[in-house]
Design a protein around this ligand. Structure first.
Ligand SMILES: Nc1ncnc2c1ncn2[C@@H]1O[C@H](COP(=O)(O)OP(=O)(O)OP(=O)(O)O)[C@@H](O)[C@H]1O
Ligand SMILES: [Mg+2]
Length: 302
């Protein structure tokens, strides 16, 4: 099914997905992107939400801000899959799919990570991205309305009755992936916009999600709190992971900023990305390079 899933695949694919709109996909993927860039990895990003293009705008804002103030902020190798306006749905899907696969084929050998943002609704490209994912991150607002895209709860017992549409989409994506290259999808659900006070809703959501995670085969991350810092930096293309004290000296780092940064770092840890493996490969490449450099220059034939 996927021509890109061959032995040449190198980059680890992280997809941010949830059929529920406004759950924090774009905010999360932007923070993961900057975290990996700042750690020195080669990162390609793809925006599949070709209507809103918020991820593309976030990155464009970062580029503009960097240029305007002569900063040295790291940027990913970013790609947007443009909407195709063919008259027939099958042509449209086919053309968009080809564009997407072309991008993946182009970036996968040159990058350590590919991060893909998906729209908050079902669609052909969104499904394709899910079946390519090595890691799927699903941000989820702490509300049963949002929970409902994953599973339906029995109002009396509070137990999960039935899997919902998005959960079934992920199950199918996992199946497709196994058929394509035997790969496994690691699914991590992240509660987003958590209130900082303990409430009954917070606790019962935790219990329901814990229950559901066993049925879905997903892992739960600790979560990201509701914080202004996650909202206000979009126009500058900045994130809680940037050194805001150095970039905006008049806006001093707050405790909330540091806490936000820590939450994103904890999320990265929970994702268990193949960072050690990549570091080992890099070290080997560096050692090979240094060994070459230390040999005397071959002057024979000069
Ligand atoms: N942890 C957070 N704290 C405060 N605001 C947040 C947080 N996460 C996201 N937001 C805000 O919530 C809104 C939705 O976030 P975002 O655009 O990232 O969601 P999305 O899932 O990508 O939405 P869509 O489905 O429309 O693409 C935005 O206004 C964003 O700034
Ligand atoms: Mg979005």
């Amino acid at each position: 099914m996927f021509s890109v899933k061959s032995n040449q695949k190198q980059a680890h694919v992280i997809v941010c997905g949830n059929e529920k709109g406004g759950s924090g996909k774009t905010t999360t993927i932007m923070h993961l992107t900057v975290a990996l860039l700042n750690a020195g990895y080669r990162v390609a990003t793809v925006d599949l939400d070709n209507r809103q293009q918020s991820f593309s705008r976030y990155i464009a804002n970062r580029e503009l801000f960097t240029k305007r103030f002569g900063l040295n902020l790291s940027l990913p190798d970013h790609h947007t899959i443009k909407q195709d306006y063919s008259d027939y749905i099958s042509d449209k899907e086919n053309n968009e799919l080809v564009s997407f696969l072309d991008v993946i084929t182009d970036v996968q050998a040159k990058n350590d990570f590919i991060l893909i943002d998906t729209p908050g609704h079902d669609g052909y490209l969104m499904r394709m991205a899910h079946s390519m994912a090595d890691t799927l991150v699903t941000p989820l607002n702490d509300s049963y309305v949002d929970f409902d895209v994953l599973g339906q709860i029995d109002p009396e017992t509070g137990k999960v009755d039935q899997l919902s549409h998005y959960a079934r989409t992920v199950r199918e994506a996992r199946r497709q992936r196994r058929i394509a290259d035997g790969g496994l999808l690691d699914w991590v659900v992240v509660r987003n916009r958590l209130t900082q006070i303990n409430s009954r809703n917070k606790e019962s959501m935790y219990n329901s999600l814990n229950n559901l995670s066993m049925q879905l085969g997903c892992r739960l991350a600790e979560g990201i709190s509701e914080r202004v810092i996650f909202r206000e930096l979009f126009p500058k293309g900045l994130t809680a992971l940037d050194d805001l004290d150095a970039i905006m000296p008049n806006k001093r780092g707050t405790a909330s900023h540091l806490a936000a940064r820590q939450e994103v770092r904890s999320l990265i840890t929970v994702l268990k990305l193949p960072i050690d493996e990549l570091n080992k490969k890099r070290q080997e490449a560096r050692d090979a390079f240094l060994e070459k450099q230390s040999k005397p220059i071959d002057t024979i034939g000069m």
